[in-house]
Design a protein. Structure first.
Length: 86
């Protein structure tokens, strides 16, 4: 049972890394984004990523920062979406 859980965790990590592979260099951390935009608490990273994708931008979570994401969206777009999701 523990071995199966370990395999599933590895598969999740590999999927996340594959999704992230074609993303641009650099990333945004949701807590830092909240501070920089003075919006405070922002929605979960999955919500931001989904909304960025809906707007037509490439976006993915990072494998190394649980609250981090990468995107092709310019910063003003990220800021606008973060404000809309408040």
């Amino acid at each position: 049972e523990a071995r199966k859980a370990g395999h599933q965790a590895v598969l999740r990590l590999l999927r996340l890394m594959a999704d992230e592979a074609d993303s641009p260099v650099g990333y945004y951390a949701v807590p830092e984004l909240g501070k920089r935009t003075r919006l405070g608490h922002l929605p979960p990273v999955d919500v931001l990523v989904q909304r960025l994708r809906q707007e037509g931008y490439a976006a993915s979570r990072t494998h190394f920062e649980t609250a981090g994401f990468k995107t092709t969206a310019p910063y003003p777009i990220i800021q606008r979406i973060a404000q809309q999701l408040q």
